[in-house]
Design a protein around this ligand. Structure first.
Ligand code: PLP
Ligand code: COI
Length: 356
């Protein structure tokens, strides 16, 4: 099945809401662009995608999304350079991961053309919403869910694929304090931790709320067996620097295979930074914090970019991290964001030009 951008049906808004967007005070994901992409799956096939004015969607109360949580999403960003050209970062990786999540959640795979052509049509139409202020971008949320009806606990026969976009500022507004979690688990062996499915996030809200009440921003999840190894945070993968080695845990069926994570690993290696992908024990991180060899910790993700962690809590003790002038985190963030915003050469071929 193949479609070209010209096949996408476009219905434009009558009046743009661009004037209502306060580009100087953007938060994360709370104001939306004029249009959205909608594509329906019916009778065993995806229909031609449509770009329509951003609007509410109507669903039957028995839609399976409400009862059985068949839903997946992706997180991407569009960046505008000084000349007004628009770029995405490794969009095919998001596309591939969307279909990996789809398969695990029994949602039909989406053809690549629908994703890529849908995205580029939508972005070309709404590009005036892409902020240019440093640290801002257009957050893009492609998602799919079961719109088919019925209380029977089985996969739905109808689905919707939607892309909505939100001009956004930074995900974290200040210092990031994390709590190493030992009671609750985000995911388990054989489970759905690697899939970007709504339930993985809903299940984190309660333990994260408890952590927020204690003054932390995010939980660092540990393995569900013995809570011995550092896995990932609520919305980002985790990197730990001990002495001059940058560590991150291996991905598994419990952990999201982050695109930022793998890009950082490639850049770090090229920068001569020693990297290790291996299981990281909570014990070694606590000991390194005590003896001063723990130099930095940061989270990595599309929304979070590279977010330095200022302290972590473990068993009622808080461990502060030093603020390094030349941290790996700052260095890597500059390199990755310079590629994203078209400020540097992209020897990796990660940047994808959207503007026609
Ligand atoms: N881990 C979780 C649970 C996430 O939600 C995200 C965000 O997408 C990440 C890691 C980072 O993934 P990526 O770098 O692909 O955005
Ligand atoms: C992203 O970084 O794009 C994510 O999906 C994380 C989300 C929880 C905001």
């Amino acid at each position: 099945m193949s479609i070209g951008t010209k096949d996408i049906i476009v219905e434009k808004v009558k009046t743009s809401k661009i004037d209502k967007v306060d580009f100087d005070n953007l938060t994360f994901g709370s104001v939306f662009t004029d249009h959205m992409l909608v594509c329906s799956y019916k009778n065993g096939a995806w229909e031609t995608p449509k770009v329509v004015p951003y609007q509410p969607i109507t669903l039957d109360p028995s839609s399976k999304i409400f009862h059985y949580g068949q839903s997946i999403f992706e997180g991407m960003k569009a960046y505008k350079d000084e000349n007004g050209e628009v770029f995405l970062f490794r969009p095919l990786e998001n596309f591939k991961r969307l279909n990996i999540s789809a398969e695990r959640m029994c949602i039909p795979n989406l053809p690549q053309e629908y994703f890529m052509d849908g995205l580029t049509t939508l972005l070309n139409l709404d590009k005036k919403f892409i902020p240019t202020k440093e640290g801002s971008s257009l957050y893009i949320r492609p998602f799919m869910f079961a719109s088919g009806n019925g209380f029977h606990a089985s996969p739905a026969d109808e689905y919707k694929f939607i892309i909505a976009c939100a001009p956004s500022g930074a995900y974290f507004s200040g210092k990031v304090k994390v709590l190493i979690e030992e009671k609750y688990s985000r995911s388990a062996n054989g489970g759905v931790g690697f899939a970007k499915t709504g339930g993985n996030y809903a299940g984190q809200f309660y333990p994260t709320q408890l952590a927020v009440k204690k003054g932390y921003n995010q939980v660092i999840w540990t393995d569900d067996t013995n809570h011995e190894f550092i896995e990932e945070a609520g919305a980002m993968n985790i990197f730990v620097r001990i002495n001059n080695t940058l560590l991150t845990g291996p991905t598994s069926d419990r952990i999201l295979d982050g695109i930022t994570r793998k890009s950082i690993l490639d850049i770090a290696k090229d920068q001569g930074i020693k990297t290790e992908i291996r299981k990281i024990t909570v014990k070694e991180v606590v000991e390194a914090a005590k003896d001063g060899t723990l130099k930095e910790m940061f989270g990595a993700g599309t929304a979070a970019v590279i977010s330095p962690i200022s302290s972590f809590g473990y068993r009622d003790t808080d461990y502060e991290l030093p603020e390094l002038e030349n941290s790996f985190g700052k260095r890597l963030k500059k390199i990755i964001t310079d590629i994203q915003y078209n400020k540097s050469e992209d020897k990796y071929g990660w940047r994808f030009k959207v503007t026609e």
